[in-house]
Structures are given as structure tokens and as C-alpha cells.
Design a protein around this ligand. Structure first.
Ligand code: F3S
Length: 486
């Protein structure tokens, strides 16, 4: 059987065309080559945790690789097992697994997936988890193949055993008509949410459930998908999760357990590089820093030179790193809990500087046009109440010259309506949108071609998934440029 080797990691969500099996990832060594029917050797994956659903799409189109051989354990790629692709990790031998959770009543395919995951990752035990967060809820991203899988699993009696929340879907579940979506599209999305509900998943439809519905405690073992949320619970809260695929987080939630390896183990949480921040960072520019670390290094960084950073800014930092690379954990000196406890720096073998030059490089790379935007999209990850309040203050007495959509959770949208913020926003021409975001919603089919944002993660995926020209700027810059006093 033909073998094909990828030198660079693959982003399954936007780096491969499921219809052809051809690698389309920018600057990838296999770009333009097909992996269909071949033995694929690759180091690991990067990017979105929803990428695991790409394997179901490939199965539908008959474009799956025959086998995958990984350089190191990688939960997102290992989800290919559920689509029938054998996965191996170089140098890992199979062994007997000890289950410290009950396995009775668990659907066979979930149990065999967890067993295979434990085998390829070299784990010897499956440990209990306290909670899960599942990605792979947007019909736009998982398509009919994902919908069918979820409905089948719900019919087989799959039920979560731990508190489990859900990532954003492809539309605002209440206001989809006003936003221009079709009935047929909304119905498919509703079927996905319904399948998750039948499995006992709390349909929060937000990537920031840690603000309210699902907040792990320091040191707890959990199984979370959604790369930005993974980075937040590991780094800011100090709970322990691998960067799970949406499918693996769901399987773990159903079993109530996960194989013990990777970031669940203390020794794997130590920083490998030091990033000295010398650029002054404002607002969401922390996502630009994360993006730069993800693109260039993709290791667990110890970040120094940062003071007075808010939790919202740390949220942005992890989102940027998770989009461009693989940064499921970072430490910020004097701020994040494991760094505060005193961190073992013995594995750091590289120190790099992030200056104004690097900051401007990120802005330039993610700004693809000098034209005026059709849409400003803010809220990747979903906005907190504090962030919404800041934007409301900035927009008082102003009128926007293009559309402005602010993405947040349903809970925050209700709060904004009760406090009168929604009225102020609507008077300025802005709109608060819940349950979804600019990346997982097909905004290009609503007529948008140029989108401005403050988020490096959003700018990255707006180009690769939504075909947008993008403008990256801070909220203050965008409001000043594209709104006027009235
Ligand atoms: Fe959240 Fe969508 Fe960004 S899921 S992190 S707002 S891409």
C-alpha cells in the first residue's frame, strides 16, 4: 500500500478537502497531494477540535486514508478510529488497560474507541472525569455525516454521565429567520441539538461555558474539546484536560472517564519555551500574541513581561494559539495558577521575544484588504458581560457605517436585553447574536465578503472557512474607523 509522509502537522478542519482527500492547507508540504487510500504518516494535528468530524465526511466521500501513523498521541486524529481508520502511534505498544470507571451499559463503539485511544496513547488506566465540553455542534461544520452519527448514537442509548456542555451551533436558535437562514437549514441544526439533548448534554451553545454553566476546579481531570476552552481550563483554571476532539470529549462524557496520559500528567505540563513579551498589548491583542506563538512554536510556553492581564485577555491568548497551532496550555509568570505555584523551568531550551514588530506582522498577515468591511464580527471566543459592557459604552451616541455582530452566549444575550444594553447596541446599528459565531455560521451565504474582527482566531478561520477578506484591528480602532458620532 502506498505510503505518504507529512512533515508538518495537519489541520483536519480546514487543511484537507473531504470530497477529494487532497491536502489544501496553506504552506503545507503535502499541499495538492491526496491522502485517499494511503498510509499517512504525520507528526500530529493542529487547529480546531471539530476537525475530528472531517473523518465522517471523508468516509461519506470514500476519501479516507487507509491507515494513520502518528508521531505522538493526538486525540483529534485518533478520532479517525470511529470512522474505521486504524491509527497507530510510533513506538507505542499495546497493553492491558485498568478501568477506574464502570463500563457496564456503555455503547460498544464508545467503549472500543476509548480502549483504542488508551492503547495508542500508551495510557495504562482510564480515570474518572468531573465534566466535559463538546465541540462539533454546528451543522455547517459537521454536515449530514456528523448529524447521522449523532442521531445513531442517541438512538443506541448514549447518555452522558458527567455535566457536559455544548459548543456554538451554526445559527441563533431563536433569531435565525431575522438573520436570513432557511427553514431547511435551521431544521438540520435543530436535529443536531436535539440529538445532543437526548444524550443529556446541556445545550449551552457557547465556547465559554466556564463563565457560568461548567466551571471546573483547580486540579480536576476533565475532558474538554474546543481549543480556546481547552487552553482556558488548563491554563487559567488549572484543571487538566487533553486537547480533545469533539468526538472524544463526547465519548469521555458518556463513559465518565478518559485515558490517563498527556496533560493529565504533571510531568507533561512543564513549559518548553520562554516568550518574553515586549510589545504593549491592548484588549484582544493577546490573541495576536497567542496566534504568533502557535504559528512559530506550538509548544507549552512560559510567558513573561505581562502584567495586569484580565481573564478575558487570557481567554483571547489561548484562542489565538489554538487556531494557528497547538497550544492547549500556557503559563503566564506571576499570573496563572501553576506558574504562581512555582514552575519547573528545566525543560525550557529556547527564549524568544515578542516585540512591536511581531505584533504588526500578525496584523499584516491577517489583514488581506484595504477596503471597508461589510461586517465587523466581535466575540471569538464568546464575549463576557464585561466585554459587552465596554462595547456598549464605546457605541453610545454613535452610528455604525457597516454591520456589527457581537457573539455571545444565550445567558449573556438575555442579561443584555434586561439591562438595556441591547437597545443601545441596536440604536448604533449593532446586533447581539447568541448560540453561534462568525466562524461556525455560513456568513458568506448571507452576502458578507469583507469582515473585520479583533480576534486572530476569527480572522484565521474567516479566511480559510468562510472565504472572507479580513481586517484585523482592536475594537477601538474599528469603532473609530467605521462609526461616526450622531
Ligand atoms: Fe468560539 Fe467560534 Fe471563536 S466557537 S472560539 S467564537 S470560532
Amino acid at each position: 500500500m502506498e505510503k505518504i509522509t507529512a512533515e508538518k502537522p495537519i489541520s483536519w478542519l480546514d487543511g484537507v478537502d473531504p470530497k477529494t482527500g487532497i491536502i489544501i492547507q496553506e504552506r503545507h508540504d503535502l499541499r495538492g497531494k491526496s491522502i485517499k487510500g494511503k498510509i499517512l504518516e504525520m507528526p500530529y494535528s493542529i487547529g480546531s477540535t471539530v476537525g475530528s468530524y472531517t473523518f465522517f465526511k471523508m468516509k461519506k466521500h470514500g476519501t479516507l486514508p487507509a491507515k494513520i501513523v502518528l508521531g505522538k498521541p493526538d486525540p483529534i486524529t485518533q478520532a479517525a478510529i470511529l470512522a474505521g481508520v486504524p491509527v497507530e502511534v510510533k513506538g507505542v505498544k499495546s497493553q492491558r488497560i485498568k478501568y477506574s470507571v464502570l463500563t457496564e451499559g456503555i455503547p460498544d463503539r464508545i467503549l472500543s474507541f476509548i480502549e483504542a485511544e488508551a492503547q495508542v496513547s500508551g495510557a495504562e488506566e482510564v480515570i474518572p472525569i468531573a465534566s466535559a465540553h463538546v465541540s462539533g455542534a454546528s451543522y455547517e461544520l459537521i454536515g449530514d455525516a456528523g448529524l447521522e452519527f449523532l442521531e445513531e448514537l442517541a438512538s443506541e442509548g448514549g447518555k452522558v454521565r458527567v455535566p457536559t456542555t455544548l459548543n456554538p451551533v451554526s445559527l441563533d436558535l431563536e433569531d435565525w429567520r431575522q438573520l436570513g437562514f432557511s427553514q431547511e437549514y435551521a431544521e438540520k441544526q435543530a436535529r443536531i441539538v436535539s440529538a445532543y439533548k437526548r444524550m443529556g448534554v446541556n445545550p449551552t451553545c457557547t465556547c465559554t461555558p466556564y463563565y457560568a454553566e461548567n466551571c471546573p476546579l483547580y486540579g480536576q481531570h476533565v475532558s474538554w474539546a474546543e481549543s480556546s476552552a481547552v487552553a482556558y481550563v488548563n491554563s487559567v483554571i488549572g484543571a487538566r484536560t487533553n486537547r480533545e476532539s469533539g468526538l472524544k470529549a463526547l465519548a469521555s462524557a458518556i463513559l465518565g472517564g478518559t485515558p490517563l496520559y498527556g496533560l493529565h500528567l504533571e510531568e507533561n505540563r512543564k513549559p518548553r519555551i520562554k516568550v518574553q513579551v515586549e510589545a504593549p498589548l491592548r484588549g484582544h491583542q493577546y490573541s495576536w500574541l497567542g496566534y504568533w506563538i502557535g504559528v512559530n512554536y506550538g509548544e507549552i510556553p512560559l510567558i513573561t513581561g505581562v502584567k495586569n492581564v484580565s481573564r478575558d485577555q487570557l481567554k483571547a491568548l489561548g484562542a489565538g494559539g489554538g487556531a494557528s497551532g497547538k497550544m492547549p496550555l500556557y503559563h503566564v509568570e506571576g499570573i496563572t495558577p501553576e506558574a504562581l505555584k512555582g514552575i519547573d523551568k528545566s525543560r525550557i531550551n529556547l527564549t524568544v521575544r515578542f516585540t512591536l514588530e511581531e505584533l504588526n506582522d500578525v496584523r499584516n498577515k491577517l489583514t488581506t484588504t484595504g477596503q471597508k468591511p461589510d461586517l465587523i464580527a466581535i466575540g471569538c471566543p464568546h464575549l463576557s458581560l464585561k466585554e459587552i459592557e465596554v462595547i456598549v459604552q464605546k457605541l453610545k451616541g454613535r452610528k455604525l457605517e457597516c454591520d456589527l455582530w457581537l457573539f455571545t452566549s444565550r445567558r449573556n444575550k438575555i442579561h443584555a436585553s434586561r439591562t438595556g444594553w441591547t437597545t443601545t447596541l441596536e440604536e448604533a446599528g449593532a446586533r447581539l447574536v447568541a448560540d453561534t459565531c462568525m466562524v461556525v455560521s455560513p456568513i458568506e451565504r448571507l452576502g458578507y465578503k469583507i469582515t473585520a474582527t479583533n480576534s486572530a482566531k476569527a480572522a484565521h478561520y474567516l479566511r480559510t472557512l468562510r472565504g472572507q477578506d479580513t481586517i484585523l484591528g482592536t475594537i477601538s480602532e474599528l469603532m473609530e474607523k467605521y462609526s461616526r458620532e450622531v
